[in-house]
Design a binder for this molecule. Sequence first.
Ligand code: GLU
Length: 511
Amino acid sequence: MSTEIRVRFAPSPTGPLHIGGVRTALYNYLFARKMGGKMLLRIEDTDQNRFVPGAEEYIMDALRWAGIEIDEGQGVGGPHAPYRQSERREIYQREAQRLIDEGKAYYAFDTAEDLDAMRQRLEAANAPAAQYNAITRMQMRNSLTLKPEEVKARMDAGDPYVIRLKTPRKEEVRLNDMIRGWVTVHSSAIDDKVLLKSDGLPTYHLANIVDDHLMGITHVIRGEEWLPSAPLHVLLYRYLGWEATMPQFAHLPLLLKPEGNGKLSKRDADLGGFPIFPLQWTDPNTGQVARGFREDGYLPEATVNFLALLGWNPGTEQELFTMDELIASFDLAQVHKAGARFDIQKAQWFNHQYVKEQPDAVLAPTIQQQAQAAGYDCSLAKAEKIAALLKGRVNFAREIVDEATTIFNAPTQYDEAVTTAKWNADAVKAVTAFHDALVSYDGDFVADNIKHTLSDAMTQAGIKQGKIMQAMRLALTGSGAGPDLMLTMEIIGKDETIRRLEQALATLPKP
Ligand code: GLU
């Protein structure tokens, strides 16, 4: 029987989505598309204490921005709705009850003080792990130690209780992770996890497993931080009687700090001056604003390309991928086990690659706006030419206007080193000859024609053009290097070009 591939992205709306979360969503999406399967979005909001208003919308906006399409789930709908866990509590209660009825879970009435006392007792006795488990549960207040009448009396009286998993004492729990291979854990290392809390809501573990099963998830692709929970999840599948259709697991490598050891953190991003969230986020409680890749000027295509290669390797030298190319090449077998170092310079490099491919007409309005805001006179047509001239020289589109200062302003000073090295008698002769040629030129002032006018003038003056080009650039822009000079002149315009040549002849020292 061939089953449809179904994966899910299952974020908790506890704040803005971390960029690592976007990578998790992306890998799920690439895998789903590659396999002709479905991508689901499920909101895991059962921890009411950590709920943050706006976070769910943020997650959906971020996925949309990145071009990650959801086939089924929150915001889209589908046969397994609702896709928000807080709206599915009866389902989890039903399954928790089933576990109780089958003797695989139990009620526990311990208070916070009881639990504290247990921990202190175990720590004082140097117990290897101070946890609620197959051994310690027998000293606690639960339906395994209390008489059935007392359990009933407590429940009738409305005493708060939780439902805990009755972990087996001696059993091996194994899973074959698609990225990490076999992971084996002894059940004694797994504690009697709370499945249903006293507020009637499930914990992450129960809700996650129940939903993955009911929603027909075939592959669980998620961050490495969930690997320690995976054996417990396998146990839950077994207890719930769903082991035969248990999804396959793939735990993705961590994103590491730019330098040193450990997981990439918000602090690293703040120190390094780079974003760690896809979109800007304003904390609804503190009003604090966290920067986003989008607002920092990263294009979604560049961000996606960057993220795809953080932990996955296509097995070829190819670095630039469209989403369709990523889908075609993606393979979970080529996801690394080792953590992926987060290198913001690489992200900038990708952005550079994509900014230079942006159509001039797309870049022009922003350039015009920024130029005008900076007090420059800039038509849309001029902005488009500036885009063509400079988009290959920046990492971010917003840097184009900064790069364009020599276009908007005549030089106020001239590079000293270049002046010393290149401003010689030939240079003066060349600039003068070119100036005179331009004054009598009345054709279209476009790069190609300017180029011919210049080379004709140099031939007539008997000057080798290669020898004086840096001086010509110095005269026009004040510096010895820069973008295409013919196009620069075209953008500056004929009158201004002539004026700058005159200024240079009048200002620069006579050789
Ligand atoms: N709600 C969990 C999270 O926020 C989901 C983990 C999983 O994919 O199982 O990451």
